[in-house]
Every structure is written in structure tokens, then in C-alpha cells.
Design a protein around this ligand. Structure first.
Ligand code: FEO
Length: 497
């Protein structure tokens, strides 16, 4: 271990102080706002458009990208995205994460201005995905004395992506390792599979900031506003924050839960993610959202109706059932055409809603292609604990319903409301009665909060969490000779969940 690196039992502190998520929300607030205001008045930050003070000695130097159309070449982001990066100015200087290659011009302007002639001593790499790491090579050239603080896994991936060998300049850290830079001491918290294996977070004890990598991030470019309390987050940002979490990280709920458990007892006063606004007030609100999403608990008792229709019969039936559900007093009903709605929007809605009505035509003796794509994406994102209702259509041999159920049965904690309705080309009078019965069953289930009460699937499988890094092993029996693939901890360092 490098002589600069100490050790702190972050996990033990978290468990000992287990104050719970609600308590975390009491930290932060106006003191930081006042501090930032004073800081921003200082000349070294003036006139740099995208630099903002986070505290009196921590600067935001991230850059927003409004030109990008598809994040990860998959997800439409009409509001753009911000790549967040931070500088800590102490006896030593620290850069926390970098940015995507598309915005390095503005990034290096910001970094140069904030360092104001000082050397860069450390670059902390919390996450190696190229939207945060493609500027690392240039940082290392521009600042030849900078040391790179990261996990060993991050260094391997850095080399794979950019043929960038940092071994001579690398400081490899694990759970609880610390780095003192003067007034600040940084503690490194492993967060494997949130959502890549090399991910860690960095906690600064002076400011109470958790530099949280992708966790608590959001799609959307920043518009001068940096802090979540400077915008109407629930109205303007929550849909994109939810869509970001569910699609990017959603599959790894267990690993997010492990990190939340570590965070529960720590004095976190700010969350500084790698995308989207910084949280300095009301942290409990966003932590609670993460607790719901990562445990696959519906955020709201709500119904989404998703239909796949070619000639209108299935669409008509879906609209009818939505209206009938609404007539039963369910206020939150949302209808989507699966052919016209990007699947990332559907995934986010599925994480929000407690009930999902699926209506599909039969196509090539199977499920309508975009509907099948949506259902397989639900499975890939590990959605659990939802109540479904099914409606199928077929002009001569309807099979879509049975095949949709085969996919849904593979999800954990699934329940069904009512009997599946089968339509032959267009809804008939007989169908109308069946649709009424289906709508009533869904509405009753919503009112009873039935999805939340759905029993856990009987399973012999268990989960064991690595006490050192949070890695989760799943299986029927924990192997005695098992070693954590992330931090190398032996089997006795795992705890059954
Ligand atoms: Fe924002 Fe996983 O990179």
C-alpha cells in the first residue's frame, strides 16, 4: 500500500451509527449555501461560466453536453447531459473524475482556471466508464506529477480502453482506505456493480460530501443551476433522474441497497454525482427514491397501460380498459403506444407504477415485436414485485398473451389481476364485459395496494454481502472457499442478507 494511504472502517462506522435514511435528510442546508456564496465572490472563480463553488474549497468544473442525441448510443436525451467533475483545493489538489471527450475543451479551461497555476497532485477515478474517463490520458499529459487514485479494477479497464498504463503513478485503494490532503481526508468506499465492477465512491470528512459516481445522477444538462434546491427537481428533473437510474443502474438493485446501507449512518451533507444536480438539501428525499427503486418497490400506486396495435383493435381495447380503470377511481393511469414510446421511458414508468396492463397483438405467431422487446428489457432490468393484467389479440390464432405471461413469470414477485382477455381482431360486446371485469380487478388491486402485499417468491436461494466492498453473491449455498471477485475478501467476510 502507498505510504499516503491510511485506513478507516467506513462500514463499521455506518453500522454503528445506523441512523437510517430519514436522518440523512436532516444534514446539509443553508450553511453551505452561504459558504458557496462567499466562495463564488472570490476572483479565482469569477468569469468562468461553468465553474461553481460547491464549498469554500471545492469547485464544480463539470461541463454540459447539449449536442448529444443518444446517451450510450441508446437513450434519447433531448435535455442533454452533464458530465460532472470536481476539484478540491487543499494543501494538495485533487481532481475528482473527469468528463466525456466531447467536452474536454471547456473542461480544461475550467480546470486550469480553478488550479490557478497550482500543480494537480491527485486524480481520483471513481468510475471508469468513458463518459467520465476519456479525458484522463490528457490530464496525465498536462499534469505529469499527478497520481491516480482508483481501484485496481479501474486501472485495468483504463488500460483496456485507452492503452493508458498508470502503474507507476497509480495508488490503488480498497474499502475504507483514506487519503489525507491537508484539511480534508478522503475515504474510499467500494461500490462494485453500481453499475460497473470497478466503481467506488469518495467521502470527504471535512465537507461531508459523498462523491457518488453515477449514483444519484440524472440525464439533463445543467443550466447554470448546480444544486437540486435551485431547480424544481420533482417537476423538471425527477422523470429524467428516474429514467437514468432505472435504465443505467436498475438491474443492480442489490448492489445499490448495499451502498445505501453503508451510507445510512454516515454524516453525508452533500451528494455530488457524476451527472445532474448536486444535493445539499433534503437528501432524504432522493435517498428514499433510491431505496424504492433499488428494492423494486413501486414508487406509486399507479397503472400503466401499454399496447401494441397495428389496425386499431388492440388500441381501442387498451383505451377502453384505461377509461374503465379510471371510472373506478384510480387517478394515476398512463397509456403508452409501445411502437411510439422509447423503451427507456417504458422501463422508467414500470419502475414507477405498481400495476402494468399489457395489450399485444399476435405477430408472426408470437408477441408484437416492440412489445416483446419491452418485456425482455423489463427482465434484463430485473423488475420485480409488480401486478400485471393481460390482454391479447389475434385474428386466427391468438398466442401473444400466453407468451407474454411466460416472460413475466420469470420476474420475481409477480402477481396478476383478473383473467386475460382475448380479442379476435376487434373488441366485441362479449369482450366489453371481460374488459370491465379486468378493469375492476386492476382497480381493486390498486386500492388494496395488492402489489406491495404480494408474497415473496418461495426460493431456496440466498444473498451474501461482502462486508468489505458490498459485492453481492447470490446462490443456493455459499461456497466455503469463495473469494470476493472484487476485493478478494475470504468467505468469512460475507454476511447473509
Ligand atoms: Fe456516467 Fe456509468 O457512466
Amino acid at each position: 500500500m502507498s505510504k499516503e494511504i491510511g485506513r478507516r472502517d467506513f462500514l463499521k462506522a455506518a453500522v454503528a451509527g445506523a441512523a437510517g435514511l430519514a436522518a440523512v435528510g436532516t444534514f446539509g442546508g443553508s450553511a453551505f449555501a452561504e459558504e458557496a456564496e462567499r466562495f463564488e465572490g472570490k476572483p479565482k472563480f469569477a468569469g468562468i461560466g461553468s465553474v461553481r463553488a460547491v464549498t469554500e474549497d471545492i469547485a464544480y468544473i463539470g461541463v454540459s453536453d447539449r449536442r448529444i442525441q443518444l446517451f450510450e448510443n441508446v437513450y434519447p436525451i433531448p435535455r442533454g447531459v452533464a458530465y460532472n467533475s470536481y476539484v478540491i483545493l487543499d494543501e494538495k489538489t485533487v481532481l475528482v473524475d473527469t468528463v466525456d471527450r466531447s467536452v474536454t475543451g471547456q473542461f480544461f479551461e475550467n480546470l486550469t482556471a480553478v488550479l490557478d497555476g497550482r500543480e494537480l497532485d491527485y486524480l481520483v477515478v471513481n468510475h471508469m466508464e468513458p463518459d467520465h474517463s476519456s479525458a484522463i490520458s490528457e490530464v496525465l499529459v498536462r499534469y505529469p506529477n499527478a497520481r491516480v487514485v482508483c481501484t485496481k479494477a479501474a486501472s485495468l479497464i483504463l488500460n483496456q480502453f485507452f492503452a493508458c498504463e498508470i502503474s507507476g503513478r497509480g495508488i490503488f485503494v480498497g474499502e475504507g482506505d483514506t487519503l489525507n490532503i491537508g484539511r480534508h481526508t478522503l475515504t474510499f468506499v467500494m461500490a462494485p456493480m453500481v453499475h460497473w465492477p470497478e466503481v467506488m465512491m469518495t467521502y470527504d470528512d471535512k465537507s461531508g460530501i459523498l462523491f457518488s459516481a453515477d449514483a444519484f445522477g440524472s440525464f439533463g444538462a445543467l443550466n447554470g443551476n448546480l444544486f437540486a434546491d435551485e431547480v424544481d427537481f420533482e417537476k423538471d428533473w425527477l422523470p429524467d433522474a428516474r429514467r437514468y437510474y432505472c435504465n443505467i443502474v436498475g438491474k443492480y438493485g442489490d448492489q445499490v441497497q448495499a451502498v445505501l446501507q453503508k451510507a445510512a449512518g454516515v454524516d453525508i451533507r452533500m451528494l455530488c454525482p457524476t451527472h445532474g444536480p448536486v444535493w445539499r438539501e433534503n437528501l432524504g428525499w432522493i435517498l428514499e427514491k433510491y431505496s424504492l427503486w433499488s428494492s423494486y418497490t413501486p414508487e406509486q400506486q399507479a397503472v400503466m397501460v401499454v399496447y401494441g396495435s397495428v389496425y386499431g383493435g388492440t388500441e381501442s381495447a387498451a383505451n377502453a380498459v384505461a377509461a374503465m380503470i379510471s371510472q373506478h377511481g384510480v387517478a394515476d393511469v398512463a397509456v403508452y403506444d409501445v411502437s411510439k414510446t422509447h423503451v427507456s421511458e417504458l422501463i422508467a414508468e414500470a419502475f414507477r407504477c405498481s400495476h402494468i396492463v399489457l395489450a399485444s397483438i399476435t405477430y408472426n405467431m408470437g408477441i408484437f415485436t416492440p412489445m416483446k422487446n419491452f418485456l425482455l428489457d423489463l427482465e434484463a432490468h430485473n423488475l420485480q414485485n409488480r401486478c400485471f393484467a393481460l390482454l391479447e389479440n389475434g385474428s386466427w390464432s391468438p398466442v401473444a398473451g400466453r407468451q407474454m405471461k411466460e416472460i413475466l413469470d420469470r420476474l420475481k414477485g409477480v402477481s396478476y389481476a383478473g383473467d386475460m382477455v382475448t380479442i379476435l381482431s376487434s373488441p366485441s360486446d362479449e369482450n366489453r364485459d371481460a374488459l370491465k371485469a379486468l378493469a375492476e380487478a386492476v382497480a381493486v388491486s390498486v386500492s388494496e395496494g395488492a402489489s406491495a402485499e404480494a408474497p415473496e417468491e418461495e426460493s431456496a436461494a440466498g444473498r451474501w454481502v461482502c462486508k468489505l466492498c458490498g459485492y453481492v453473491y447470490e446462490g443456493e449455498k455459499f461456497p466455503e472457499d469463495y473469494r470476493c471477485p472484487v476485493c478478494g475478501a475470504a468467505a468469512d467476510q460475507f454476511e447473509k442478507q
